[in-house]
Ligand binder design. Structure first.
Ligand SMILES: CC(C)(COP(=O)(O)OP(=O)(O)OC[C@H]1O[C@@H](n2cnc3c(N)ncnc32)[C@H](O)[C@@H]1OP(=O)(O)O)[C@@H](O)C(=O)NCCC(=O)NCCS
Length: 170
């Protein structure tokens, strides 16, 4: 059963949870898909990353969190896409949940929120990039996304493939 949750803008107090969820999501979901070296680099210097995030924090309308019973369990970042030929699209740049909180409808709720906000900003098309091999690919297909191409995804000097999903908003 779905607990009570709220999706709201990221605040200064969320910087630590944001970094935590980002790092744990990579380790829980992308082991064997990206190299151990990449996972080690993403997980390194966590305290400095949190400090930097706090020092440079500025509220905006691109970063959101999903909070369940006063605990942040999911993060979302949206933006205007800067992918070649897709500059007229909105983009979901980050969507991560704690592994313990998956399959409760939160991913879909965050995607729907992203679509609403981007649609209000005037975007009629939304893109999402998902690393090839990530199980989230089937989630994006399930929500009606269509793969329009693959792109190279550069991570610390290594090159991976990313599937680009397109959604047309009615
Ligand atoms: C991908 C992710 C955001 C999905 O969120 P979630 O909360 O687990 O998914 P939901 O519970 O909202 O599921 C919504 C629907 O998608 C389906 N679904 C969820 N995960 C799925 C998957 N991996 N494959 C196929 N369908 C999936 C659900 O069954 C549900 O279907 P329904 O609406 O018909 O009942 C989440 O699993 C996650 O954070 N994964 C790790 C991070 C990640 O890889 N993020 C994407 C980076 S590109």
């Amino acid at each position: 059963m779905k607990n009570k949750f709220v999706i709201r803008k990221k605040e200064l107090k969320d910087c630590e949870a944001w970094i935590d969820i980002n790092i744990s999501s990579w380790n829980d979901n992308l082991k064997g898909i990206v190299s151990d070296r990449v996972l080690k680099l993403i997980s390194s210097n966590k305290d400095e990353k949190i400090k930097h995030a706090i020092e440079t924090f500025k509220e905006d309308d691109n970063h959101y969190v999903l909070e369940e019973e006063n605990r942040v369990v999911g993060i979302l970042k949206i933006k205007n896409s800067n992918r070649y030929g897709l500059e007229d699209c909105g983009e979901i740049q980050m969507l991560y949940l704690l592994s313990t909180e998956m399959k409760k409808g939160y991913g879909k709720a965050l995607v729907e929120t992203a679509f609403q906000i981007l649609s209000r900003k005037g975007f009629k098309k939304i893109v999402i990039g998902c690393l090839d091999g990530n199980s989230a690919n089937t989630f994006y297909k399930h929500l009606g996304g269509r793969v329009i191409r693959q792109e190279d995804f550069h991570l610390f000097g290594e090159v991976y493939k990313e599937n680009i999903y397109l959604y047309e908003i009615k």
